[in-house]
Design a protein around this ligand. Structure first.
Ligand code: ADP
Ligand code: MG
Length: 244
């Protein structure tokens, strides 16, 4: 069968912070409808790569294409309009707004006023909250939530945008086994609907169970790429990531 098309392509992407080469010449694609995982030790450039894709960090060089269009010059607030949504390694919510309002922000930012648009936004927000298991928390403020529930709200906000590409930076940090499995199940159900997902995650077993392919990074470079089990078994990955 034909290879799936690439929904996203990075060519020689680099992000240097002064002398720190956080991302140092990455070339790869994200096949449409797949879950791709990024593995790598702390400081290897995973979050910087996510920030480069969402244009939150400036590129030192390279090109970024989404659906065939070069968008490297976009301001970060334009990126969601292209269909790219993300969550952050450190959850970012408006603490003075309740859960529903936070999730609505995902849809509001994309739709121009009007009552019909608002009703549609409300429906999408409620659906996203139900899918991530935070619908019963609609009226609660984020600072009253557990860590896991704060993550659920952030994921709900991203899903409510109905993106074509979802980037998740350590979405299960601070979660226990059962909660992790819920996130895994959610990702697989989003994949069944055709959503392309890129996830940064340290739990190797979860990555093998959930991802279609893995990218392994070290020192800002892509060291191995491919089928999850093979990537995890690769000696360079074992040495860099697993300390073996
Ligand atoms: P990871 O997510 O894999 O743990 P990061 O992308 O957060 O790695 O960081 C990669 C490297 O870039 C680290 O050395 C980090 O200290 C550095 N770095 C990340 N963000 C910045 C920044 N805004 N300014 C300076 N250095 C940064
Ligand atoms: Mg990180």
């Amino acid at each position: 069968s034909a290879d799936p098309r690439m929904i996203f392509e990075a060519d020689d992407v680099a992000v240097h912070f002064g002398g720190v080469k956080a991302v140092d010449g990455l070339t790869f694609g994200l096949p449409e409808g797949k879950i791709i995982g990024i593995l790598g030790p702390n400081g290897s450039g995973k979050s910087t790569l996510v920030g480069a894709i969402t244009r939150h960090v400036p590129l030192t060089r390279g090109t970024l294409k989404f659906l065939g269009k070069d968008y490297a010059g976009d301001e970060p607030h334009l990126v969601p309009h292209r269909g790219i949504a993300r969550t952050f390694q450190t959850v970012r919510l408006l603490e003075e707004r309740n859960v529903l309002e936070n999730v609505l922000l995902g849809t509001d930012s994309l739709t121009a006023g009007g009552r019909a648009a608002r009703r549609l936004g409300q429906e999408r927000a409620e659906q996203a909250m139900a899918r991530t298991g935070c619908d019963h928390l609609a009226k609660v403020r984020p600072d009253e939530l557990s860590y896991g529930n704060r993550r659920r709200v952030e994921i709900a906000r991203a899903i409510a945008m109905e993106p074509k590409l979802l980037l998740l930076d350590e979405p299960t940090a601070g979660m226990g086994r059962a909660e992790k499995e819920e996130i895994s199940t959610l990702m697989l159900s989003l994949r069944a609907e055709g959503l392309t997902q890129l996830i940064v995650e340290h739990d190797v077993q979860m990555m093998v169970d959930t991802c279609d392919s893995l990218l392994a990074m070290n020192f800002g470079k892509l060291i191995v790429e491919g089928e999850p089990r093979e990537v995890v078994r690769n000696p360079a990955v074992q040495e860099a990531y697993l300390g073996k």
